[in-house]
Design a binder for this molecule. Structure first.
Ligand code: 4AD
Ligand code: MG
Length: 433
C-alpha cells in the first residue's frame, strides 16, 4: 500500500475507483454495529468515509469507535462516486490510522454563544461557516492583487511603526520606540504617496490600527486595508478605480465562491446587481435626502451608521458620497477650488445597510496650502518633514483611497458583524486568543 497516493478531498474526482490516502480531522461520526460513517474534513472539503467491520477487521473498527470529534487521522480507502454524497464522493475504508485521539472538543454541533466562540476562536475557525468566510477572504485578497497588477500598480509595502498620525490623534496606538514615541500605522497612505511619486501607481496592502474606543459591529482595532495611490489621478479617476476594484472583487467571489456563499445563505442576486457606474451624491445632496426623511444633520456633521444606511438603502449598488466638509476630514485632503468649505474626497457606502467600505481623496499637492492645513488641524509638522518634502520635489496632482477588507467582506458575505471576517479579530476588550 506504500504507493497509495496521498490526496486532498477536493482532488477525489480524479481518483474514482482508486485507492487513496486522506489525512485530516474527524468532523462527525454516526455508527451502527457493523458500520461507521465518518465525516472527515481536511481543509479542502468534507467527505463521508464508510468504515465497515467486515473490511477493516475488529481492531480498527474498535479504534474508530473510540475516536472523538476533531481526532486527527489518516485513512486509506477506495473512492466511490456517489451523487447523493456531500461533494459527490465517498471513501470505502480499508485502513484507518489514528494520529491523535481527541476528547471533549469544546465546540460541538449544538449552538454556542458568540462570547464562547470568540474565546475559542482558535478552534472556531474549523467550523463550516468560518471556513466559508475565510475562503472568501482569501479569494478577495488574491483578486485585489490581480486587479491592481492588471491596472499597472506596483505593490508597495508601508511601515507598521510610524512617527506620525495620518487619520487623527484620537485613535492612535502609541508605543515606545527606544525612548522615542512611535505609533502603529493608521493607514499606509502617506508612504503610498511617496511611492506614487517614485513609481506612478502603487498600492499598499497591510494591517492598520485604530484605537477605536467603541464597540460596534463595524470597528476593529486591527484591520487590513488596501490603499492604491496614483500620480496624476483626479477625483473622477479615483472613483472610477474604486468602482472597477469593487466590481472585480465581486466578480471573483461570484466566480469562485458559490458553495461558500451558499453555506452563508447569501442572496447572490444583490451582489450580481452591482455594476458600474455607481450612483454619486455630494455631501450636500446627501444632507437634503436625509432631511427629506426627517434626519436633521447640519452641514459639518458627520454621517453615522444610521445616516449611511438610509442613504445607501435607496440604491441597489454602492453609493459614492463626495465633497464632505473640510472640517470633518484629515489634513492631507485637497479643498475643492469651487467651494473651499469642502474637500475633493469620496466615501463608498455599501448597499443593504453595510455602510462605508472605502474612503479616499485627492491630496493637497501645494506645500504652502498643506502647511496651512497642518497648522489648522493643530498637528506637529516635524514628524511630517519627509512627507512635506514630497511637495518640494516634483509635486503633482494625485489621489488614492483605502478599502477596508473586513467591512467589504462583511457586506459580501452578508454578515451582521465584521468579527468573523478576520481569523483573529481584535475588538475592544478582546486581545485573546
Ligand atoms: O476612511 P479611512 O479612515 O481612510 C483612510 O485611512 C485613508 N488614509 C485611506 C486612503 O485614502 N488611502 O479608512 C478607510 C477604510 C474605511 O472606509 C473602512 O472600510 C476601513 O478603512 N476602516 C475600518 N475597518 C474596520 N475597523 C475600523 N476601525 C476601521 N476604520 C476604517
Ligand atoms: Mg472614512
Amino acid at each position: 500500500m506504500s504507493d497509495t497516493p496521498t490526496v486532498r478531498i477536493d482532488e477525489l474526482a480524479a481518483h474514482v475507483e482508486q485507492d487513496v490516502r486522506l489525512q485530516g480531522w474527524l468532523y462527525n461520526i454516526r455508527s451502527s454495529k457493523k458500520l461507521h460513517f465518518m465525516q472527515l474534513r481536511d481543509g479542502t472539503g468534507i467527505v463521508q468515509v464508510v468504515v465497515s467491520k467486515a473490511d477493516v477487521g475488529d481492531e480498527i473498527f474498535e479504534l474508530v469507535s473510540g475516536m472523538g470529534q476533531e481526532s486527527s487521522l489518516r485513512v486509506i480507502g477506495n473512492v466511490k462516486a456517489d451523487e447523493r454524497a456531500q461533494g459527490g464522493h465517498e471513501l470505502l475504508a480499508s485502513d484507518v490510522q489514528l494520529i491523535q485521539n481527541t476528547h471533549d472538543y469544546p465546540i460541538t454541533p449544538k449552538e454556542h454563544g458568540v462570547a464562547f466562540l470568540l474565546e475559542h476562536r482558535h478552534l472556531w475557525l474549523r467550523s463550516k461557516r468560518q471556513h466559508a468566510v475565510l475562503r472568501i477572504r482569501s479569494q478577495v485578497e488574491q483578486a485585489a492583487h490581480a486587479f491592481f497588477e492588471s491596472r499597472g500598480f506596483l505593490r508597495f509595502d508601508a511601515p507598521i511603526l510610524t512617527p506620525a498620525e495620518c487619520e487623527g490623534s484620537s485613535t492612535l496606538f502609541e508605543t515606545d520606540y527606544f525612548d522615542e514615541k512611535a505609533y502603529l500605522t493608521q493607514s499606509g497612505q502617506l508612504y503610498a504617496e511617496a511611492g506614487a511619486q517614485a513609481f506612478g501607481r502603487v498600492y499598499t496592502f497591510g494591517p492598520t490600527f485604530r484605537a477605536e474606543k467603541s464597540k460596534t459591529r463595524r470597528h476593529l482595532m486591527e484591520f487590513w486595508m488596501i490603499e492604491p495611490e496614483a500620480a496624476f489621478f483626479d477625483l473622477d479617476d479615483d472613483i472610477e478605480l474604486a468602482e472597477g476594484f469593487i466590481c472585480a472583487l465581486l466578480a471573483r467571489v461570484l466566480e469562485t465562491c458559490r458553495p461558500e456563499l451558499e453555506v452563508l445563505e447569501r442572496d447572490t442576486a444583490a451582489l450580481e446587481a452591482v455594476t458600474q457606474p455607481f450612483p454619486r451624491l455630494s455631501y450636500s445632496e446627501a444632507l437634503e435626502r436625509l432631511r427629506a426623511q426627517n434626519m436633521n444633520i447640519e452641514f459639518g456633521e458627520d454621517f453615522g451608521a444610521d445616516e449611511e444606511t438610509v442613504l445607501a438603502k435607496e440604491f441597489d449598488r454602492p453609493l459614492v458620497v463626495h465633497r464632505y466638509p473640510a472640517s470633518l476630514k484629515p489634513f492631507y485632503m485637497k479643498r475643492d477650488p469651487d467651494d473651499p468649505s469642502v474637500v475633493l474626497n469620496m466615501d463608498v457606502l455599501a448597499p443593504e445597510g453595510y455602510g462605508e467600505i472605502i474612503g479616499g481623496s485627492v491630496r493637497e499637492e501645494v506645500l504652502e496650502t498643506l502647511d496651512a492645513q497642518i497648522a489648522e488641524k493643530q498637528m506637529d509638522p516635524e514628524p511630517l518633514g519627509w512627507y512635506r518634502d514630497l511637495r518640494r520635489y516634483g509635486s503633482v496632482p494625485h489621489a488614492g483611497f483605502g478599502l477596508g477588507l473586513e467591512r467589504t467582506l462583511t457586506w459580501i458575505c452578508g454578515l451582521h458583524h465584521l468579527r468573523e471576517t478576520i481569523p483573529f479579530p481584535r475588538l475592544m476588550g478582546r486581545l485573546y486568543p
